[in-house]
Design a protein around this ligand. Structure first.
Ligand code: ATP
Ligand code: MG
Length: 585
């Protein structure tokens, strides 16, 4: 069944559904064919609310929501909130906003693992009664020592043989809050000799006397991720539980817990989207996580950059967070497109950041209106243009998309051009302005530089030029003017601030061992603030987040937080140069 014809239940209407096939789609199609889940496809995106989402999460979001969309299924948003010390409502709110911004809608209400705490507790009692879990009173250090290593088997805890009665008594008292943190834990009774460390009697509950953002002080014990996750999946009748490869070694535990619990009670405790007979346990499937060069992608590191002030907040435009990329000027479509191109596989790789930049260029080339902004203004006075005169020129907003219309630009005696478009002693083949040379002003006249004015330090401060009235939009016969430069009219220019961003890290792999600490390779020049730029007046009404191509300079967007109508602030999204397109073509 390929049910794109009925989008009602699907993850979202606004995000384009991916089309490329991959091994997860093959598995799902087989399951649909065999009728394993009675035609249902139910996925979930399970973020831990302990930080902002990054571009790696976007891959998982596009996969989970996109898969649901493609097969007329559903995708839940479930906060995996079993670690209250590190979690907060601020993170929950940002995650919701980022998913919606990317263009996806979760099915029904938001889920929280914490809403299942009662059920999870009941299932723990069930495991204890079945002799499959016990209360262990080893100290955390002892437990570590007993666990063994990758090469040496573990040893059985002396508390492993506690009776069911004693375990029930201790566990209910743990839940009642009678014991301090770390005094006991509840462990699954599996196999201390297993070559897979995750199967060596893993802890499934620990004592933590901390407030929880959802459940307040109701619980002094919290379930471990591995225990909570598989049961939450079963409760929500998830069919395909898609996660990253580091969970591969946890899959035996995922399956052990679900298979050890009574299936009828799992069905009864959950959403009951099928009959009990048709209820099938969820299957965990792993895929390779997204890595990008010149980037760190661990929440712990991103958090450190924020809390230690290396960047200005989670949404700093240099951050690989979705809110950072958004502020930088990335569009949801460009990120979805990037995730689609990266594809889904089981082999780890590092994606070139140039590919991400290529995706946003492609989008903005098509959709961003053009404008002119002079980043390093140099004054030009046209000596033969009357002082009081002003003409209104019409320039297309886009070179190809005529539907985007025209913009008006005053032309006057005094203008600004970019200081880098003038050379007093030009190199050979120089196509821009120099003494005695001619250049075309974009959309306007050809001018010639007649005189260079300097301040006492020898710095060029003004060019006296003359314009040729016969050259508005045309080259008179026999005249060839090679260069075209951008400009703005001086009197009508807007004073704007432009923030030029470069890579946050200057090493391809900041996590490389030889570097030591990834912060060693922070790029000291990742932000350059140009505070006296001059923009064309049509930008006056530019709204926050609007994107433009500043001709010859790159793509820029209006900062969504710090720009105001009185003083526009632009972030450079990307330059115009596309190295990735050249490499890959
Ligand atoms: P990090 O490792 O960056 O700290 P995490 O895996 O702890 O992130 P979660 O909130 O647990 O963050 O992630 C939610 C989901 O997103 C998980 O299913 C996880 O597998 C997936 N995910 C996280 N990072 C990536 C990535 N780089 N590429 C693809 N999926 C990812
Ligand atoms: Mg995680």
């Amino acid at each position: 069944m390929n049910a794109s014809d009925n989008a009602e239940n699907a993850g979202s209407a606004s995000a384009a559904a991916p089309v490329t096939s991959h091994f997860i789609r093959h598995i799902i199609e087989q399951d649909l064919q065999s009728g394993k889940h009675a035609g249902r496809v139910q996925t979930r995106f399970p973020p831990e609310p302990n930080g902002f989402l990054h571009i790696g999460h976007a891959k998982s979001i596009c996969l989970n929501f996109g898969t649901a969309q493609n097969y007329n299924g559903r995708c839940n948003l479930r906060f995996d909130d079993t670690n209250p010390e590190k979690e907060s409502q601020e993170f929950i709110d940002s995650i919701k906003a980022d998913i919606q911004w990317l263009g996806f809608t979760w099915s029904g209400d938001i889920r929280y693992a914490s809403s299942y705490f009662d059920a999870l507790y009941e299932f723990a009692l069930q495991l204890i009664r079945a002799g499959k879990a016990y209360v262990c009173s080893l100290t955390p250090e002892q437990a570590r020592e007993y666990r063994g290593t990758l090469t040496a088997p573990g040893r059985e805890s002396p508390f492993r043989s506690r009776s069911v009665e004693e375990n029930l008594d201790l566990f209910t008292r743990m839940r009642a809050g009678e014991f301090p943190d770390g005094a006991h834990s509840l462990r699954a009774k599996i196999d201390m000799a297993s070559p897979n460390i995750n199967m060596r009697d893993p802890v499934i509950y620990r004592i933590r006397h901390v407030e929880h953002h959802q459940t307040g002080s109701r619980w002094p014990i919290y379930p471990m991720y591995d225990y909570a996750h598989c049961i939450s999946d079963a409760i929500e009748c998830i069919t395909h539980s898609l996660c990253t490869l580091e969970f591969e070694d946890h899959r035996p535990l995922y399956d052990w817990i679900l298979q050890t619990l009574d299936k009828a009670s799992l069905h009864a405790a959950g959403d009951r989207l099928t009959t009990q007979q048709a209820f099938v346990l969820p299957r965990q499937i792993e895929f390779a996580r997204l890595n990008i060069n010149y980037t760190v992608m661990s929440k712990r590191k991103l958090k450190e950059l924020v809390t230690q002030g290396y960047v200005k907040g989670w949404d700093d435009p240099r951050m690989p967070t979705l809110s950072g990329l958004r502020r930088r000027g990335y569009t949801p479509a460009s990120i979805r497109n990037f995730c689609e191109r990266v594809g889904i596989s089981r082999s780890e790789s590092v994606v070139d950041v140039g590919m991400l930049e290529h995706c946003i260029r492609e989008d903005l080339d098509r959709n961003a209106p053009r404008a002119m902004c002079v980043l390093r203004p140099l004054k030009v006075t046209l000596s033969n243009y009357p002082e009081q005169k002003s003409e209104t020129l019409q320039l297309p907003c886009h070179p190809k998309e005529t539907a985007m219309g025209m913009r008006e630009l005053p032309f006057e005696r005094e203008l600004y051009i970019d200081a880098s478009d003038f050379e007093e002693v030009p190199p050979p083949q120089y196509k821009r302005l120099s003494p005695g040379a001619e250049v075309r002003l974009r959309g306007a006249y050809v001018i010639r530089c007649d005189e260079v004015r300097k301040d006492i330090s020898g710095q060029v401060v003004e060019l006296i030029c003359s314009y040729d009235e016969a050259t508005l939009g045309v080259n008179p016969q026999g005249r060839k003017v090679a260069g075209v430069i951008h400009w703005v009219p001086a009197r009508h220019a807007l004073d704007v601030e432009v923030r030029i961003y470069d890579r946050l890290f200057n090493k391809e792999n900041p996590d490389e061992k030889s570097i030591g600490d990834y912060k060693q390779c922070l790029n000291p020049d990742s932000l350059q603030i140009l505070s006296s730029c001059k923009a064309e007046p049509s930008l006056r009404s530019a709204m926050p987040e609007a994107s433009f191509q500043f001709e010859r300079e790159g793509y820029f967007c209006v900062d969504r937080h710090e720009s105001s109508p009185e003083r526009l602030v632009f972030n450079r999204t990307v330059t115009l140069r596309d190295s990735w397109a050249k490499i890959s073509s």
